[in-house]
Write a new protein. Sequence first.
Length: 540
Amino acid sequence: MRIRRSRLHLILISFTIGFITAILCMVFFRPSFATGLRLSRIPIIFGKLNHNPFSTTGMASGSKKPVIVVGSGLAGLSAAYEALKAGASVRMLDRAPKPGGNSIKASSGINGAGTRFQHAQGISQDDTFYADTVRSAGRRFTEASPAGVDRKALVELLTGRSESAVNWLADEVSVDLSVVAQLGGHSVPRTHRGGGKLPPGAAIVSALLEKLKANPNFSLENSAEVDELLTGSDDAVKGVGYHVSEGEAQELEGAVVFAAGGFAGDAHGLLSKHRPDLAGMPSTNEARPASHGLLASLGAAFVDMDSVQIHPTGFVDPKDPGSAYKFLAAEALRGEGGILLSSTGERFINELNTRDVVSDAIMAMQHSTVGSTRQWDVTLLLDPGACEVAASHIGFYVWKGLVQKKKVKDLSPEIIASVDKYAALVASSSKSESVDPLGRKAFGHWRLPPGEANRDEEVCVGTVTPVVHFTMGGVAFDTQARVLRSKEGGETTPIAGLWAAGEITGGIHGANRLGGSSLLECAVFGRIAGAEAAKSVVGV
Ligand code: FAD
Ligand code: SIN
């Protein structure tokens, strides 16, 4: 009798557990089959809730296949936004434990030409963005491109849609982009960021995520690594294979937008394959393997893979000078008035030249090897005017110990001499008398006077060195963001079912990207990719 009673208890307990599990499944895992999911996802949903504060429990409704977005950086988020707007459901997968990729780190801002924010700062006209981009892209722009890669059309789209991209973020996504700075290689100030404490990348990513998570047809899974692109017998992409942490393999069917970022963090993989000469250079990108191989396995064409951007200013942390990972000293610091000084305390370059030119000038000087890292000894110095305008950046860098505030009188005599010389140049520039022998024409917010009058003023200084930052090369794609596959005879053809956007793509920036144009390409081409992929699942 006792045995029978305990059996009854066991049955009751099992029933209760089963019932609770069924309820939880209904709550967290509503239209599973509608989204094309094949295998059980219960453990993933719980995992997601544990580690991802941005995640939504809402799953797509309707019977259509979803748009699958690989990567939760700005390119992926922009694609998701437009795909949802076009009526598709979106499943976003990211292998990182948190969303945002490198996009969340962006520190200087996003380019836009002809915006109302430029007008408000007295820039009434901006018709040089296309020309600036082509000049910066250099020889690559005139070199023969792989068939199907229309560099001119891609740059026209990038620059021509820049105002609407900024307006979209400001008006629809509610991001403050009211401050405009002039970065290297730009003829006028056109790089937009907000006036608050949040750097532009974090502001944009968090605002977009907020919008997306409010949509019940959107879901995001972090720690979900895509390891296969599934194809049908017609070679079209049908979906993805992925796994979550140590979990079992999953498959998901749908139109795929590939927004997996660049390979500047893949030091021992693609970077060493295409640019072995950069071995030992520090990077602004945390170490992460590239995902380009998934596209290569489908026969996708690649372009400009050896065009790797060296950013001139990564901070050397006095607490860990040999670290291979460096915090970026945002280019906006120079745009707002900062200058660069050599190890002997002299200015040596127009600080607002393009990144390749500034980096080359630094790397022509003597370097040292700290630990196993190759670096150069350059001082970045901001006068009080530049420090004030860049206050939110400076506050963070001072807190991290990367920037020190010092009175002019406490600097070395060589640096004081250079500061005085430059201050005199800037002071006379308003009377149109001065020409910088190094060619700088825009002085940002520099207001420090020359001579004894400046000795008790406080400047901001940090040590910087060139860093691997961005990969211009990537997968070949067209103006509809379709990934191109190589065919015999050098031709290319779009791969059905597959779109790409962001740093994973190549052909836009040529040999050198302009600062602020990566966030822009993510927004412009991410939106195109999302809209085009959505068309394929919801019809036109
Ligand atoms: P990312 O934002 O890098 O996102 C890619 C995502 O894909 C990642 O989250 C990654 O985890 C995920 N992923 C990769 N492979 C897989 C896979 N197999 N399965 C699942 N997920 C995968 N550009 C500007 O224009 N302005 C700036 O001010 C600026 N500042 C910068 C500052 C720093 C410190 C850095 C590093 C870069 C900066 N850039 C800036 C460059 C710019 O931020 C990036 O190039 C851009 O954000 C890339 O966006 P993305 O969406 O293509 O890729
Ligand atoms: C920076 O803030 O200097 C980076 C900007 C960019 O990479 O576009």
